[in-house]
Ligand binder design. Structure first.
Ligand code: ZN
Ligand code: ZN
Length: 250
């Protein structure tokens, strides 16, 4: 069941004066500042908006059902990608990953997707477009990777860990193909009780993953046959494709 207006009031009141020593190297602290219903094409969600003391970014969680005090809650961490998530870009696979996660969580008893505002692996939209333009003029994927920069994972996981704590989740089953993520979340005091493989159902739009075997050394190949960087930190697995393929953590 989603939170009632009374329960939402409780959560907001207990967050209002929250102030802790913070999570991670940057001592990041977050507060829930608003919760609203968010019916979506992927199911019934509530959107939870977080303030934080460090990065000026407005992180949100999409929560299905009541996750407070629950154990083994399915959780997905998704990093913002304006071009993929909202505009349908095929330079990356972010939208497929986002939709598959929301669709899966929307059908579960309860669960949460943290939408982290870490555009372009944390370097921002403008720098991401700069890196795209370097690829357009022939930089190879390794050079473009350097231009794109690497995400500050430590900070990501610290924000995510605090958000999970603020949501009152006791333990999570992380939806991921990347066991490294589990290890890093554990370092930030998140109790990880398991992993759910993130498998994308095949359809006419992601068929190319199957045809090209998707990820090779962290890249995937788009409709035009061009190798592209993966922007999410998880390799893609489409149903029907073995998860143990080259380049994919078993
Ligand atoms: Zn705090
Ligand atoms: Zn993307």
């Amino acid at each position: 069941m989603p939170l009632t207006p009374l329960q939402i009031d409780e959560v907001l009141r207990s967050n209002h004066d929250h102030d802790c020593a913070g999570f991670g190297r940057d001592a990041i602290c977050v507060r829930i500042v608003a919760i609203a219903d968010l019916p979506s094409r992927f199911g019934q969600f509530q959107i939870v908006a977080f303030w934080n003391n460090r990065d000026d970014k407005e992180h949100v969680a999409l929560v299905h059902g009541d996750v407070r005090g629950r154990s083994n809650v399915p959780v997905r961490l998704h990093s913002e990608c304006l071009t993929g998530d909202a505009l349908g870009s095929l330079r990356c696979d972010c939208r497929d990953q986002l939709e598959a996660a929301l669709r899966a969580i929307g059908q579960m008893d309860c669960g949460a997707l943290l939408y982290l505002r870490q555009e372009g692996r944390g370097i921002g939209l403008l720098n991401k477009i700069r890196a795209y333009s370097l690829q357009d003029v022939g930089l190879d994927t390794v050079e473009a990777n350097l231009a794109l920069g690497f995400r500050d994972d430590e900070r990501d996981y610290a924000v995510a860990a605090h958000m999970l704590h603020s949501l009152g989740i006791r333990s999570i089953r992380l939806i991921t193909n990347n066991p490294e993520k589990l290890r890093q979340l554990t370092q930030h005091r998140v109790t990880v009780s398991g992993r759910i493989p993130h498998v994308i159902p095949p359809n006419e739009f992601n068929r190319f993953y199957l045809e090209t075997k998707a990820r090779r050394s962290g890249h995937f190949i788009d409709f035009s046959g061009t190798p592209r960087l993966t922007e999410q930190s998880d390799p893609v697995v489409v149903a029907g494709m073995p998860e143990t393929d080259e380049g994919t953590p078993a």
